[in-house]
Design a protein around this ligand. Structure first.
Ligand code: 5GP
Ligand code: ZN
Length: 121
């Protein structure tokens, strides 16, 4: 795999190990790590190893990569302690562009969930 990196990109530096992170999962195509400011008991990010700024730049050549990321989310969510569907669960969020709440311009999928006993009846 020939991954494109942006030397000024925070997540490229995390992927390269130049900035430390807590790894959740890694393979040839993606790196997943815990969000530094979690919003919920489980909050991690799945990022492509290649520098793609956002979903706005996604093209047909990225279909397999995006499918891989989307299919990893449920598996890693369960491994990280989310409860199973339908009473458990998680949100999969991809902020896109500044007005979409995106602060780091390297595509990332947030997986946010974990036990919320007050919601489970
Ligand atoms: P965005 O707002 O771009 O969708 O989300 C960026 C996310 O990256 C935020 O939830 C933020 O907490 C997380 N983040 C920013 N800097 C770092 C960092 O240095 N390490 C880790 N693990 N997460 C970070
Ligand atoms: Zn990057």
């Amino acid at each position: 795999h020939d991954h494109h990196h942006d030397p000024d990109c925070l997540f490229c530096k995390i992927i390269d190990g130049k900035i430390p992170s807590k790894k959740v999962f890694e393979d040839e195509q993606v790196y997943a790590f815990h969000d530094i400011h979690p919003w919920a008991p489980v909050h991690f990010l799945i990022v492509p190893k290649t520098h793609l700024p956002s979903m706005a730049q996604a093209a047909p050549e990225h279909a397999a990569l995006l499918g891989h990321m989307m299919l990893l989310a449920p598996r890693l969510a369960m491994e990280q302690g989310c409860n199973p569907y339908p009473d458990g669960g998680y949100r999969i969020v991809v902020n896109t562009g500044t007005e979409g709440g995106q602060e780091v311009h390297h595509l990332h999928m947030h997986v946010i969930g974990g036990p919320r006993p007050w919601l489970r009846g």
